[in-house]
Design a protein around this ligand. Structure first.
Ligand code: G3P
Length: 230
């Protein structure tokens, strides 16, 4: 499972990559616009923070295939390696996906709501498809089932395209995606925290500390080793 963080907030990105096994960052025009800052400076700063190894998914804003392709080239000049060009599914999006795939770009087809949209994006050359789990749940569809069927279809047709499930509101939705073999999730930092937290874990760690301190006081293992070697 790849954990990707769905934010363009610099402080949150710094925190998430320091404390979590984060494979990359995803953004979209909504996420970017929340930061209310210069776009080019923002993506340059994010790239500098996440480094060359992590993926950086940035969505095009052009409405035609031609503009999407030109934006992809411009973004690659700024971001370099590990850029994933996010393209909304649709006729223009598929045309851009096919052209960019031929040129060797990484592509994430986004705004996916059906299994057949995902299959078509994969056939056009997308590396990832991003189905919107919570938005599907909110229309009384079943986001996890849509992801599950996409995973099955890709396996059935031996496609290398991966499912990057998106749009989460609960840790339970993420858990269910992991149970149906979703390859990756993009989540906000609050969901990452929720996935990690359990009160019994906190109690257990507090008990370990209390038991240790009852015998050794505040001395850590490191203190003891250093005392011995000095
Ligand atoms: O990357 C976009 C996707 O995660 C949408 O999320 O919360 O706006 O439904 P949301």
């Amino acid at each position: 499972m790849l954990y990707i963080v769905d934010t363009a907030n610099i402080e949150k990105i710094r925190h998430c990559i320091e404390f979590f096994p984060v494979a990359g960052i995803t953004t979209n025009p909504t996420i970017i616009s929340k930061e209310r800052t210069d776009f080019l400076s923002l993506i340059t700063e994010i790239k500098a923070i996440i480094g060359p190894e992590r993926m950086f998914h940035i969505q095009v804003t052009g409405q035609t295939a031609d503009k999407m392709v030109r934006e992809a080239h411009a973004l690659r000049n700024i971001v370099g390696d590990n850029l994933y060009v996010k393209i909304p599914i649709g006729e223009e999006g598929l045309k851009a996906t096919m052209a960019l795939h031929k040129e060797g770009f990484h592509i994430t087809e986004t705004a996916i709501f059906t299994q057949q949209q995902a299959l078509m994006a994969a056939m056009a050359g997308a590396d990832f498809v991003a189905p919107y789990v919570n938005r599907l749940d909110n229309i009384i569809s079943d986001g996890v089932n849509v992801v599950s069927e996409i995973v099955t279809m890709f396996r059935q047709y031996q496609l290398s395209t991966k499912v990057l499930a998106a749009s989460f509101k609960t840790a339970e939705q993420v858990h269910k995606i992991s149970m149906v073999g979703g390859h990756a999730v993009t989540v906000n930092p609050e969901i990452l925290d929720a996935l990690l937290y359990h009160p019994l874990t906190m109690y257990a760690i507090d008990d370990f500390s209390a038991d240790w301190e009852s015998v050794y006081g505040k001395k850590t293992i490191l203190d003891m080793v250093e005392e011995e070697t000095n």
